[in-house]
Design a protein around this ligand. Structure first.
Ligand SMILES: Nc1ncnc2c1ncn2[C@@H]1O[C@H](COP(=O)(O)OP(=O)(O)OP(=O)(O)O)[C@@H](O)[C@H]1O
Ligand SMILES: [Mg+2]
Length: 358
């Protein structure tokens, strides 16, 4: 499952992402944690020292490697240079799985131990002014979007992204890449305004949005949020002494987290889990194509000097079956994840593709 945490600056995105990640890890789920926020604090919230966090490899610096790996032998993508953040996978592309080792994770992910449970952490790297542009070729968030568009994740596997709700994610389609989006809102007018903006963008794309009220101090706060967001309010979290202790650099064991916060996390993982039933890979693929065409004609073609609309493979649908159906034969195969070997005829190709992707 792919989940995102968005919200106003300071609302508690990083805090709640990190608690959610700890909760999932404690339940034994494989987790990839991704810091795609302007303020890169997820590593610290997961217990890294400043030095350890600063030493994490930045996905933004690995774009050529990520692109080269993901395009695999896809004949529609001539080079990494012509691959932009929205370039969709097609026949020949390599796909990522949550539970595997691959060159992308090797370059960009680091294992992190949380009370004995291991998760993988990936970070975009610090943002600069130019990273916030709508049509940025070297977009750091684009590295995350590329990975999400090439990822086939199963029910009990989680990708949790701490994310900014900026124009970049709306222009590129990043905001449509999640099974569940948690919008963290403090009970204030500013907290609600980000919700309204997100809801507006999300409306036409079937984005599942749930509001998590944070720093909620009493019934009046709950009533305010309920009045402003209605049934989108999923759950509220009050002040947490556990979080405060962590902020002081003395994180208690996770099992000591306040029961009320723990319950909120259980509700959140419950809705994330139930979002699985609503998965629609065809719509997911259609949306990535929609945003790719928009980005290609909007700036990508001019920027690369190529017609990037021809990168779309009309027959391709990203699907999960490769994890189960074909994983036996694909496991251990160095070409695993690639949807096409180098010297195959059309029948072999289509048979392989239907096994891995259909
Ligand atoms: N429920 C809570 N109880 C106690 N402190 C909290 C809680 N939620 C957030 N905080 C504190 O509020 C501050 C802001 O939280 P956090 O960094 O998670 O917000 P953010 O939305 O990620 O901010 P930014 O936009 O800067 O990335 C932090 O100091 C955090 O410890
Ligand atoms: Mg943050």
């Amino acid at each position: 499952m792919k989940t995102a945490f968005v919200g106003k600056g300071g609302s508690g995105k990083t805090t709640l992402s990190s608690l959610f990640i700890r909760h999932l890890a404690a339940a034994g789920s494989p987790v990839i944690a991704v810091d795609a926020d302007i303020n890169q604090h997820l590593g610290a919230a997961l217990g890294l020292t400043d030095d350890q966090a600063a030493a994490l490899p930045a996905m933004g610096a690995q774009l050529p490697l990520i692109k080269d790996y993901l395009r695999g032998s896809n004949p529609r993508i001539a080079s990494a240079e012509t691959m932009i953040k929205t370039t969709p996978p097609g026949e020949g592309s390599r796909l990522l799985r949550v539970r595997e080792d691959n060159p992308v994770y090797e370059a960009c992910a680091r294992p992190l131990e949380l009370d004995g449970d291991a998760v993988r952490l990936m970070v975009t790297g610090p943002f600069t002014e130019s990273d916030l542009g709508v049509s940025c070729y070297h977009s750091k968030v684009g590295a995350v979007e590329l990975c999400l568009n090439h990822l086939i994740d199963g029910r009990d596997e989680f990708v949790v992204v701490d994310m900014t709700a900026g124009s970049d994610s709306f222009a590129s389609g990043m905001f449509t890449r999640f099974d569940m989006t948690f919008l963290v809102a403090e009970p204030t007018r500013k907290g609600i305004s980000v919700y309204r903006q997100y809801k507006e963008y999300a409306r036409d794309f079937g984005v599942d949005l749930a509001v998590v009220g944070n720093k909620v101090l009493g019934q009046d706060d709950v009533d305010f949020l309920r009045a402003e967001v209605g049934d989108d309010l999923l759950v509220t979290v009050g002040h947490s002494d556990w979080v405060r202790a962590m902020e002081k650099g003395r994180p208690p064991r996770f099992e000591l987290l306040e029961p009320s916060v723990r319950e909120a996390l259980a509700v959140m993982s419950g809705v994330a889990d139930s979002s699985y039933e609503k998965r629609d890979w065809e719509r997911y693929t259609r949306q990535m194509v929609h945003f790719h065409l928009k980005n290609a004609t909007g700036w990508g073609n001019a920027r690369t000097g190529a017609d990037l609309t021809s990168q779309v493979d009309p027959d391709f649908v990203l699907r999960e079956d490769a994890l189960t159906g074909a994983s036996g034969s694909a496991q251990g195969d160095p070409a695993q994840g690639s949807t096409r070997g180098p010297a195959q005829g059309p029948e072999q190709r289509s048979a392989q593709r239907s096994a891995q992707l259909a």
